[in-house]
Design a protein around this ligand. Structure first.
Ligand code: TRP
Length: 334
């Protein structure tokens, strides 16, 4: 609890080009939470270096992600939007939590196994302890709720385990965070293989709509989207491509699948694809315009970055000092 509100924390990595899936699945929903919760949204750049990055590219992408948070409607006066690397408490708490996390627990993390297989030439200790840094992110702000995708649930579980373990030893230090189960973000699938999630790391550029795609590109990608040979627009498991197009349409327009199916009754796939393309462009075009405006107003964003880093540090340090004392570090001379 902070100022009578529950604390909400989430973060995104600035790697890869952000997709429509990131926007509809996460960002768009975050915007509606800022009144109800005290929100912390981090650009988790420290997590990004667990795989090798080009420094200039990482810096640029982190700034773009920060800008996108704001362009999407997260007001930096109401939400604490900050770079993880600007708050040293994340690394400091992560070290302490590392000493209360077992190798065996980390060995079970499926994301570690996947990433280790994918980056076999760079299986570094940071990749292994990635979930501990994530636990530090969450616990540092005494977070009540964490909106996460299903792929991050295991990391939230280990966060809870570590927090409970430390609470058992030292008394209540941490709030035990829960997954945020609200209006679920839409799960957007690849346009080329609707059995796979739309991903910023997909090698086929036609599989994903990038948030920075221009209107023609968006339309072309939807026209090429994989469907089926059923020839009817129904919302069902047997037609995953069509269902994905309907999901996108519904998420963008804020309507239900039933309503969408009614709207397209008797239409061919060409009509559906064009309508989805237009609906998506109707949200991406203003978003891109807002991004450009924010990029042009450097001092506004710089101010928000500075003020929010300070705010985050303030709350982070409160928790950190408490934990440092509990584990037996000497008092800091004033
Ligand atoms: N690991 C998360 C992801 O890749 C990003 C993340 C880092 C995060 N720290 C977090 C998400 C804390 C929620 C809470 O999606």
């Amino acid at each position: 609890m902070l100022d009578g509100k529950k604390v909400l924390f989430s973060g995104m990595q600035a790697t890869g080009n952000l997709t429509l899936g990131n926007y509809l699945g996460a960002l768009k929903n975050w915007v509606s939470l800022s009144d109800e919760y005290e929100c912390f949204y981090s650009v988790v750049d420290m997590h990004s270096i667990t795989v090798r990055q080009d420094p200039a590219v990482l810096r640029k992408r982190a700034r773009t992600l920060y800008t996108l948070y704001v362009a999407a409607g997260l007001d930096p006066e109401k939400n604490c939007i900050y770079y993880q690397s600007h708050v040293s408490g994340h690394a400091e708490l992560a070290w302490i939590l590392n000493c209360f996390t077992y190798m065996g627990e980390l060995n079970r993390m499926t994301q570690f196994k996947d990433k280790a297989a994918k980056h076999a030439d760079n299986i570094n200790a940071g990749l292994f302890t990635y979930p501990v840094l994530m636990a530090a992110d969450i616990l540092l702000y005494q977070t009540d709720v964490v909106p996460v995708g299903i792929d991050q649930m295991q990391h939230l579980e280990i966060t809870r385990d570590i927090a409970e373990r430390m609470n058992n030893i030292y008394g209540d230090i941490f709030t035990i965070p829960e997954a945020y189960i609200g209006k679920a973000g839409a799960k957007i699938m690849s346009l080329q293989d609707p059995s796979k999630k739309m991903s910023k790391s997909d090698e086929n550029p036609n599989a994903s709509i990038y948030l920075m795609d221009d209107a023609d590109t968006v339309m072309r990608k939807f026209k090429r989207a994989v469907t089926d040979s059923e020839g009817q627009i129904l919302y069902r498991d047997e037609q995953p491509g069509v269902r994905n197009l309907l999901d996108i349409y519904c998420a963008v327009r804020g309507i239900s699948p039933d309503e969408a199916v009614k709207e397209f009754a008797g239409c061919g796939y060409g009509v559906l694809k064009e309508a989805v393309g237009e609906a998506v462009n109707a949200i991406l075009q203003p978003l891109q315009k807002r991004m450009a405006e924010l990029e042009a107003d450097k001092s506004y964003l710089d101010g928000a970055i500075r003020a929010n880093a300070e705010k985050a540090r303030y709350y982070a340090n409160k928790t950190l000092r408490k934990v440092q004392k509990k584990v037996g570090f000497p008092e800091r001379p004033r």
